[in-house]
Write a protein that binds this ligand. Structure first.
Ligand code: UD1
Length: 343
C-alpha cells in the first residue's frame, strides 16, 4: 500500500471490524496504517488483507496505551486521521475485570488524543456501541435517547469514551462516534472474518463454530422474554457495511470544513430487529444446514430488545446497508469453513 497524503491510522486493524475497514479504506484510495498489539487478534487477518488488496500491509505491532510507541508511528507516517478500534470488548470479562477494562479502553483513547495533538491531527472516528443506551425506552432507538446506566464496565468505557471525546472538541478535535449494533458476517472473499480467542461470547461465531463441529451445541440464552418468539432481539449488520460507514464518516468529517470542531454520534445498524431464533433460522436456510441448539437460561446483563433508527447516518452521509442478513450468514459460514479446513 503506497504512503500518500491520506494515511489513516487504524488501531485494532488486525481485529474483526478494523481489518474490514482497512480493506474499505484501501479500496477508496486511502492508505491504512495498522496498529495492533495482537492481544485479542491474530496475524491471520493481517495475512488475509494482501490477498484482498494485492498490497503489503503497513503494520506496526504495539499497544495504544504506549505513548512512545504511538509517537514513533506518527513520526514515521503522515497520519491525517485516526480510526480507533483497539479495545477490549467482552461484556462478561469486563464485569470480572473492570479495572483492566477501564485502564485499557480509556487510557488508549487518552494516549491517542494526546499524541494526535502533538502531531497536529484532529480527525477521529470512534468505535462506540449501542450498549451506551442500556435498554432504551423507545425502539427503534435514535441518537437523542439518553445514556441509561451502563449494563457492564465495557458499556461504561464506551459511554465515558464518548464523554471524553465530546469534551475534547473544545481542544480542536473533530469526532464522529459510530454506535455499532451487532456486526456479523465476514468479507465476501473469505480472506478475513471474525476470529474470537477461546470460546466465543458472541452469537454468530458461536453458531459457526457449532456448525463446524468445534462446539457441541449452541445455547439460546432465554426464550421467555417479552418478544414475539421469546428470544432477544438485535440489529445484525454486515461487517462490510460497518466498514464502509467508517470511510463515509471520514469523508463526512472532511466535508464539514477545517474551521469547525465537532462531536457527532451516529447509530450504525440496519434498522431491522431480528430475534436470536430468527437469526439461527436464517443461518440454517442460507447455508442449507441444520444447527444443533437448545434453549437455556437467560444471560445476565442482556438487553431484551434493541435495534437502530439509522436515519441520521443515512441522511448525513448517504450510507445504507448493501448486504442482507442472508449474505452475512453465508459469508460468516464461508469464513468458518475456511479457517476450519472444511473447504
Ligand atoms: C454485546 C454488547 C455490545 C457489544 C458486543 C461486543 C450488550 C447489550 N451488548 O452485544 O454492546 O458491542 O457485545 O461483543 O451488552 N446469545 C445466545 N447464545 C450465545 C451467544 C449469544 O443466545 O451463545 C444471544 C444473546 O443472549 C443475545 C444475542 O445472542 O441476545 C446477541 O449476543 P451477542 O452476540 O453476545 O451480542 P450482544 O450481547 O448483543
Amino acid at each position: 500500500m503506497g504512503q500518500g497524503q491520506n494515511s489513516i491510522l487504524v488501531t485494532g486493524g488486525a481485529g474483526f471490524i478494523g481489518s474490514h475497514t482497512a480493506v474499505e479504506l484501501f479500496e477508496s484510495g486511502y492508505h491504512p496504517v495498522i496498529v495492533d498489539n495482537l492481544s485479542t487478534s491474530d496475524r491471520l487477518l493481517l495475512e488475509g488483507l494482501p490477498k484482498i488488496t494485492g498490497e503489503k500491509v503497513d503494520f506496526f505491532e504495539g499497544d495504544c496505551t504506549d505513548r512512545e510507541f504511538l509517537r514513533s508511528v506518527f513520526s514515521q507516517r503522515n497520519i491525517t486521521a485516526v480510526m480507533h478500534f483497539a479495545a477490549f470488548k467482552s461484556v462478561g470479562e469486563s464485569v470480572e475485570f473492570p479495572i483492566r477494562y477501564f485502564r485499557n479502553n480509556i487510557d488508549s483513547l487518552i494516549a491517542l488524543l494526546e499524541v494526535m495533538k502533538e502531531f497536529g491531527v484532529r480527525d477521529f472516528i470512534f468505535s462506540s456501541s449501542c450498549t451506551v443506551y442500556g435498554q432504551p425506552e423507545k425502539i427503534p432507538v435514535n441518537e437523542s435517547a439518553p445514556f441509561l446506566k451502563a449494563e457492564s464496565p465495557y458499556g461504561a468505557t464506551k459511554q465515558i469514551g464518548e464523554q471524553i471525546l465530546e469534551a475534547s472538541v473544545r481542544s480542536g478535535y473533530r469526532v464522529v462516534s459510530l454506535r455499532y449494533f451487532n456486526p456479523v458476517g465476514a468479507h465476501p472473499t473469505g480472506h478475513i472474518g471474525e476470529l474470537p480467542v477461546g470460546v466465543p461470547n458472541n452469537l454468530v461465531p458461536y453458531i459457526t463454530q457449532t456448525a463446524a463441529g468445534l462446539r457441541k451445541s449452541l445455547t439460546v440464552f432465554g426464550n421467555d422474554y417479552d418478544t414475539a418468539d421469546g428470544s432477544c432481539i438485535r440489529d445484525f449488520i454486515h461487517v462490510v457495511d460497518v466498514a464502509r460507514a467508517h470511510v463515509k464518516a471520514l469523508e463526512y468529517l472532511w466535508s464539514i470544513g477545517p474551521e469547525s470542531n465537532s462531536f457527532e454520534a451516529f447509530n450504525l445498524g440496519t434498522g431491522v430487529g431480528v430475534s436470536v431464533l430468527e437469526l439461527i433460522k436464517s443461518f440454517e436456510t442460507s447455508n442449507k444446514l441444520s444447527l444443533s441448539y437448545s434453549i437455556g437460561s437467560r444471560r445476565p446483563g442482556d438487553v431484551i430488545k434493541v435495534y437502530a433508527d439509522p436515519s441520521r447516518i443515512m441522511k448525513a452521509m448517504g450510507w445504507k446497508p448493501d448486504f442482507s442478513l442472508e449474505e452475512a450468514m453465508v459469508h460468516a459460514w464461508n469464513w468458518q469453513k475456511k479457517i476450519s479446513g472444511l473447504t
